[in-house]
Design a protein around this ligand. Structure first.
Ligand SMILES: [Zn+2]
Length: 297
């Protein structure tokens, strides 16, 4: 697991406790948070003790420096801002994104980015009674699937934290997230800890075929998609992750090798990369467009 890179979004009570517990576990840890540290934070976030408050200091920067001092085997990178849609590409530099914002708007933005980039994600949430961990990976229910079907049951909980998290809560969060990264917990599942009883529960969530974010996302082609006609053929950049296995089921006689799908017949060939680049050789523009819309379905 040491070679894995994770992006932590939100370094409040949940995020800072998790961060403090993963020293030496990853090769690179990114920390996103737009907040500055206040004296009030110390009541629930002991991680920030040692901040001198002489100058305003961002949580993300303090956290990255503190962890970097403590753990010389991992690289800590900070982003002292809130995660927005424009930050989607940053996910390409990580293998997992862990959302501790516990804020619905941010959560949906992070979910969308994770789905678009095909990056597994964990969404952590807490209220006075329970801790929730939602696990997402490609092909399974995303957070938006859960939200769409929650009938208002998905709530934001951060404000309800009035004391530092207990050791039991921190180890529940850490152990489950590490299990997910070791492929021992599947995407589409939710783990719940009842704080007062100390009981753990697991629930599986089905993918919602109507979900705006994850259904058919493999062939979602956005406005920045680009078609170029060049000497090598017709190039098309969809700017989206492609599920090559699914694409190969649609293209007769195609083969998937590593990050590419390849198909050749009657002097025509198709090359598709998992990063979303297509090359059609021997095709007319009209044919290529038809093929693309067929793949999109
Ligand atoms: Zn979904």
């Amino acid at each position: 697991m040491k070679e894995k890179r994770i992006l932590i979004v939100g370094a409040g009570a949940l995020g800072s406790s998790f961060l403090d517990s993963i020293s030496g576990e990853f090769s690179k840890v990114g920390i996103f948070d737009g907040d500055i540290i206040t004296k009030d934070n110390l009541k629930t976030q002991p991680f920030y003790e040692g901040c001198n408050f002489e100058i305003p200091l961002s949580k993300a920067e303090f956290a990255a420096n503190k962890m970097g001092e403590k753990d010389k085997t991992s690289e800590y990178v900070f982003y002292n801002r809130y995660f927005m849609e424009r930050d989607e590409d940053i996910l390409k530099e990580y293998d997992y994104v862990i959302d501790f914002t516990d804020n619905l708007k941010s959560r949906l933005v992070i979910n969308k980015a994770a789905v678009n980039k095909g990056i597994p994600a964990v969404f952590a949430s807490i209220n006075e009674k329970e801790v929730f961990l939602y696990f997402y990976n490609d092909g399974n229910a995303c957070f938006n699937c859960i939200y769409r079907n929650s009938n208002g049951k998905v709530k934001e909980g951060c404000d309800s934290i009035i004391s530092p998290l207990s050791d039991k809560t921190i180890s529940f969060i850490k152990d489950n997230i590490l299990s997910f990264i070791k492929d021992k917990i599947y995407g589409g599942s939710v783990r719940i800890l009842n704080i007062s009883k100390g009981k753990e529960m697991s629930v599986n969530i089905n993918k919602d075929p109507q979900c705006e974010e994850c259904s058919k996302h493999s062939f979602k082609i956005d406005d920045s998609a680009l078609i170029q006609v060049c000497a090598a053929g017709i190039k098309f950049s969809s700017n989206t992750h492609i599920d090559l296995k699914r694409a190969s089921e649609k293209i007769k006689g195609s083969k998937v090798a590593g990050d590419y799908l390849f198909s050749k017949n009657d002097g025509k060939s198709i090359l598709i990369s998992s990063e979303g680049d297509f090359l059609f050789t021997g095709y007319e523009l009209k044919e290529a467009r038809e093929l693309l819309s067929f793949l999109k379905q």
